[in-house]
Design a protein around this ligand. Structure first.
Ligand code: ADP
Length: 299
């Protein structure tokens, strides 16, 4: 079962063109949809989840024509939106039971089994009687995953999953995501490169409504081998470097700007070569939107 998105476009009534002829083929496993805020990720995810309609294009989950048969899609969908609704005065167990009813899981005993298994799976069994208002951010995200997993969905969409989580909660949450069945299509929509690097075997980068890269993180990194150069500069000389070189990123390290430059050859003897990582891929693609020159073949 794979998800196929073909030529999907969407312009909002205010004229914002949020999706421009987006086509993507998403196989089972973890897929990272990476892009900055405003790139169109949520629009695309909401469209796939049948929460809004595109102007043109088609979407298929296996044989299901998603836009023609919303009901069939929703039965197979687990959707974890950016903001999990606030039901502060309800316990996790009660709310999960309620959502299981909505998902069509009939029979109290059956539902109880499903709810127990899900609470165990997301490590919230001990907190089942606590009201959600008392949950930490990480617990709320894990609860959201439990909701998304009701009924063994074949398509799972997770929108900006780690935003606002502290590092320990983030690791726990990412581990949980990585345990989700390899048979399902799991789409992780995020602006955080590290989330994709740590979890996804396939990815796409979206910028201003357009897919500018689709492929494997590892091969995208390998394509940049020997083309990323680093230099520690001063704040005063940073603008000159930006004018002269293809600076893809600047980070402050111990208060000094460290730049990464994309170049097929050493830009200047003051630069040292660094191993590319997924951030370099992301910033390179975001900057030019075009495929970089593949690294020369080593014979
Ligand atoms: P992302 O999830 O990548 O941050 P969105 O899909 O939320 O991106 O937004 C894509 C673009 O569409 C942005 O320019 C955003 O301002 C605009 N947009 C999103 N939702 C609406 C809406 N309901 N009406 C008008 N413009 C919208």
């Amino acid at each position: 079962m794979q998800l196929t998105i073909e030529n999907v476009s969407k312009t909002y009534p205010n004229g914002t063109q949020a999706l421009k002829d987006v086509s993507l083929t998403i196989p089972p496993g973890m897929f990272g949809l990476l892009g900055p805020n405003g790139a169109g990720k949520s629009t695309l995810m909401r469209t796939v989840a049948t929460l809004q309609e595109p102007d043109t294009g088609s979407i298929h989950l296996g044989d299901i024509d998603v836009l023609a048969d919303e009901h069939a899609l929703r039965k197979r969908l687990g959707y974890l939106p950016q903001e999990v609704g606030v039901y502060d005065n309800v316990t996790a167990e009660t709310l999960l039971d309620h959502f299981a009813t909505l998902k069509g899981i009939d029979g109290r005993t059956k539902r109880r089994e499903v709810v127990d298994a899900l609470l165990d799976r997301v490590n919230l069994a001990d907190a089942r009687d606590q009201k959600l208002g008392g949950y930490s951010g990480g617990m709320k995200r894990r609860f959201g995953i439990a909701v998304a997993l009701i009924g063994n969905p074949e398509l799972i969409i997770v929108d900006e999953p780690t935003a606002g989580l502290d590092p320990a909660e983030r690791v726990r949450f990412l581990n949980l995501l990585s345990e989700i069945g390899e048979d399902s299509v799991v789409i992780l929509s995020t602006h955080i490169v590290a989330d994709v690097r740590e979890l996804c075997t396939q990815m796409a980068i979206i910028r201003a409504g357009e897919i500018i890269f689709e492929g494997e993180p590892q091969s995208a990194i390998a394509d940049l081998d020997g083309q990323i150069w680093r230099k520690t500069v001063t704040k005063d000389t940073l603008p000159d470097h930006e004018a002269e070189f293809d600076v893809i990123s600047t980070k402050l390290v111990a208060g000094r700007p460290v730049i990464h430059v994309h170049s097929a050859e050493q830009p200047h003897e003051s630069f040292e070569s660094v191993e590319p990582d997924l951030e370099d891929v992301y910033f390179t693609r975001m900057k030019d939107g075009a495929q970089p020159e593949p690294a020369p073949a080593v014979s």
